[in-house]
Design a binder for this molecule. Structure first.
Ligand SMILES: *[C@@H]1O[C@H](CO)[C@@H](O)[C@H](O)[C@H]1NC(C)=O
Length: 225
């Protein structure tokens, strides 16, 4: 009986370990897997795998691992006053299967906002290069604890995978941050867009009840994104 119990404990541990291991991108079985973009390279039909198809490694070049242009500011002339420039496996095909990516975010002076959003597949580590940002994230139910900080040039903050977070420029100048993410394709869910600008729209009755709004306010919000 004792042997059986030990077996069960080990089995439970291994099951837990494999669950934890699969919480990030799958690990590589090769040095790299430079992505072939688009179905045109995949034969007559479009195939989807958990990632992208690999180029023959013999045909890979340094350019497959290269991106240029993160010195350029994103255009922040938009409703929220921020612009994210991503560098993920879509921009650098050599990132495919490597479990990491990068963004540059620019924030307009006086209130440029990277609005509340989450990355379903990636933890984010952000460093401020210029300016002053009010940042934070909120934990899951039931606590919904808010972790927040004001960051200045050189400061670093972490947003754990999946949690809703934001950055707001509270300075008089533009602000710049770079961030690494623990997925080649971390994904972005911008809360306001997902809720009020889904395609097709969510029935306003759902939003009215969920957000404790008058129906006309819910309908108004659905026209604003
Ligand atoms: C920035 O975006 C705005 C709004 O789309 C546009 O009018 C403007 O020309 C853009 N500026 C640059 C430098 O691209």
């Amino acid at each position: 009986m004792k042997g059986v119990n030990h077996f069960l404990v080990v089995f439970a541990f291994l099951a837990l370990a494999s669950t934890l291991a699969s919480a990030s991108d799958p690990s590589s079985l090769m040095d790299f897997c430079v992505a072939l973009n688009g179905p045109k390279n995949a034969g007559m039909h479009s195939y989807f795998v958990n990632g992208k198809f690999c180029k023959d490694p013999k045909l890979a070049t340094a350019d497959d691992f290269f991106f240029s242009g993160l010195d350029k500011a994103g255009n922040t002339s938009n409703a929220v006053g921020s612009k994210v420039t991503p560098v993920n496996a879509d921009q650098i095909p050599g990132l495919n299967t490597l479990g990491i990516s990068l963004v540059r975010t620019d924030y307009a002076p006086y209130g440029g906002l990277n609005p509340p959003h989450s990355h379903p597949r990636g933890t984010e580590i952000l460093v401020v290069i210029k300016g002053e940002l009010y940042v934070g994230f909120v934990t899951s139910n039931p606590d919904n604890r808010f972790f927040t900080k004001v960051l200045k040039t050189g400061d670093v903050f972490v947003f754990p995978v999946g949690l809703i977070h934001f950055q707001l420029n509270i300075g008089k100048t533009d602000a710049i941050a770079f961030a690494g993410l623990s997925s080649q394709n971390p994904g972005v869910i911008i809360i306001a867009n997902a809720v009020f600008d889904s395609n097709p729209p969510i029935n306003p009755g759902v939003l009215t009840k969920a957000f404790k709004l008058e129906k006309k306010v819910a309908e108004y919000l659905q026209t604003q994104f």
